[in-house]
Design a protein around this ligand. Structure first.
Ligand SMILES: [Mg+2]
Length: 332
């Protein structure tokens, strides 16, 4: 038997820390957040559905809790915002035990602690079907520092943080029943939202446009280009790949498409003026996080993936599709 809803909410409320920006947290009809003068409140929602976005045969509930927080926070990072609060709504399957609920919540609270975010509200109910998780995050950013997708101009450099394709490679292995290395498991189950990088780029005015990579470089770059009404030339030999990804690539070249379309990288893709190169390289060293210049923005709306030979590359798989279903489940 599982604890009643009120008991569960009370339990959650006792665990919820309240940061300085929160005027009202859990317990009133609404939460209330104090936004400092000249700051804007940024809000983003994500829906995670069992069987669509995650599979409980592969995913432990603690990791799922952390990931539910991180993938939402990643959208705030993508605009240069400082994360402040999270609202969480969950539909818990009727057969879930108290221990399973506890494991999931432990993961959620670990994620909140990691990003110093307050849980300020939400809802819970019993689901007759799968586990349903909906999280809404809010963050603040100075009104002059918000980085949108629409600011890229011709001649800007195109940059990406971290490495690409690791999470997609992990999912590929899981689907083939292959065990994951600690590195790939971390990249897939516990992605890290690049909040510090996002805020540094915003505060230091280093980027002209930005988004986070949830569906893969190929699809997400096209969103940025459309919003900025520009094109791009991406040099494929510059794509940052982990050693583990490169090792697998030596065995099977076709895995390369996972770096373009694998999804769930949660790295930041951004554009910057060429004059910022030195500053960005310094930032990379300071943060101990790789920042790779992978191409440039062009005025013509075309988007070319250029191989070392100079020929244009065409990926064999298109945008990230979680478990191969045809429904549109793209995540912003
Ligand atoms: Mg996003």
């Amino acid at each position: 038997m599982r604890a009643g809803e009120f008991e569960l909410i009370d339990k959650i409320r006792r665990r919820a820390n309240v940061g300085p920006e929160i005027r009202l947290g859990i317990g009133d009809d609404c939460s209330s957040i104090v936004v400092p003068p000249n700051y804007e409140l940024l809000t983003s929602t994500d829906l995670l559905l069992e069987g669509v976005h995650f599979c409980l045969d592969w995913t432990d509930l603690f990791s799922l809790g952390i990931k539910s927080v991180a993938v939402n926070i990643s959208d705030l990072a993508a605009m240069g915002a400082k994360p402040v609060s999270l609202h969480l709504a969950v539909g818990l399957p009727a057969n879930f035990s108290d221990e399973q609920v506890e494991q999931f919540l432990n993961g959620v609270f670990a994620g909140l602690e990691c990003y110093e975010v307050s849980l300020v509200g939400g809802d819970t109910c019993r689901s007759e079907g799968p586990l349903v998780i909906s999280a809404t995050v809010q963050g603040i950013c100075h009104k002059d520092q918000v980085i949108t997708r629409g600011g890229a101009g011709a001649g800007d450099d195109l940059w990406v943080s971290g490495t690409l394709g690791d999470s997609g490679l992990a999912l590929h292995f899981l689907q083939m029943n292959r065990p994951l290395s600690a590195f790939l498991a971390e990249r897939h189950y516990r992605p890290e939202a690049r909040v510090v990088l996002g805020q540094r780029l915003a505060i230091e005015n280093l980027a002209t446009a930005m988004l986070d990579l949830s569906d893969g470089l190929n699809g997400d770059l096209s969103h940025l280009l459309r919003a900025s009404t520009v094109g791009a030339r991406v040099e494929l030999e510059r794509l940052p790949l982990s050693n583990e990804f490169k090792d697998e690539l030596r065995i099977d070249q076709s895995l390369f498409d996972l770096a373009l379309c694998g999804g769930e990288d949660y790295e930041l893709l951004f554009t910057a003026k060429p004059a910022m190169r030195d500053l960005l390289e310094q930032l990379s060293v300071e943060m101990n996080l790789s920042l790779s210049r992978i191409g440039e923005i062009t005025s013509t709306p075309e988007f070319d993936l250029v191989m070392a030979s100079g020929l244009i590359y065409q990926p064999q798989i298109s945008a990230f599709d979680h478990f191969g279903s045809t429904k549109d489940k793209s995540r912003e």
